[in-house]
Design a protein around this ligand. Structure first.
Ligand code: DX5
Ligand code: ZN
Length: 227
């Protein structure tokens, strides 16, 4: 590795989709104290994906509860209608789906103009190549490693090849964008994902339903990604 380029810190982003929402502020604070890097907030509209989850007021509540960057993943049709509300509610990173955005170039520029970091996500069946024209515009690429909509699903192994491919695309273009993975991420799948070049890891079940206290789960995951 070129020693002049310091290795970027890898990110652990617990997804509050699996948190106990009755104690949201407490759960977010505990994530922060346990060493989480970002809080991942999954917004679902009942159209792009079947469930409806939550909106900007939950982002505001997370903002009040912690100082961690808020990583908002919009699983919504026509995200242009939502972006400003989420930016105003305190989202630090806003990720839209390639499949849901007809004017992705414009959408990503609007996110930046609102002062947030811009992200684009692709579903497991969407090829890496669909990102080639926006790679210089994004601060984050989110590769779905399950089909979006639900926590607790099984990791889809064929997505690993796509993560490697996007790592190469980013490196070739000189982009420092985060390469985030989401779905079925846990202690068993992390080594292969790190090896493929991911550097931001969303973890829902493996933080909140790991069978151990979330502090312990976060410590274990942080150790696994710190290598
Ligand atoms: C799924 C969401 C994920 C979800 C991941 O559509 O985008 O962020 O919370 O959950 P786990 O980590 O349980 O697969
Ligand atoms: Zn997500």
């Amino acid at each position: 590795m070129d020693q002049r380029i310091p290795m970027k810190k890898r990110i652990l982003a617990p997804s509050i989709l699996s948190a106990d929402l009755g104690y949201l502020a407490d759960q977010v604070k505990r994530c922060e104290q346990a060493g989480a890097d970002w809080i991942h907030i999954d917004v679902m509209d009942g159209h792009f994906v079947p469930p409806i989850s939550y909106g900007p007021r939950i982002v505001e509540a997370c903002k009040r509860a912690s100082n961690l960057p808020l990583d908002v993943h919009l699983m919504v049709e026509n995200p242009d209608r939502q972006i400003e509300m989420f930016a105003k509610s305190g989202a630090d990173l806003i990720t839209v789906h390639q499949e849901a955005s007809s004017h992705l170039d414009r959408t990503l520029n609007v996110i930046k103009a609102l002062g947030a970091k811009s992200g684009v996500s692709i579903n497991p069946a969407t090829p890496a190549e669909t990102l080639s024209e926006v790679i210089d515009l994004v601060d984050l690429i989110l590769v779905m490693t399950v089909n979006p909509g639900f926590g607790g699903q099984k990791f889809i192994p064929s997505t690993l090849k796509k993560v490697s491919k996007i790592r190469t695309m980013l490196d070739l273009s000189g982009s420092l964008a985060w390469l985030e993975v989401d779905g079925g991420v846990g202690l068993e799948t992390l080594p292969a994902l790190i090896n493929a070049g991911a550097d931001a890891f969303v973890a829902g079940s493996s933080v909140f339903n790991a069978g151990v206290e979330m502090e312990k789960a976060i410590a274990n995951l942080k150790l696994a990604i710190s290598g």
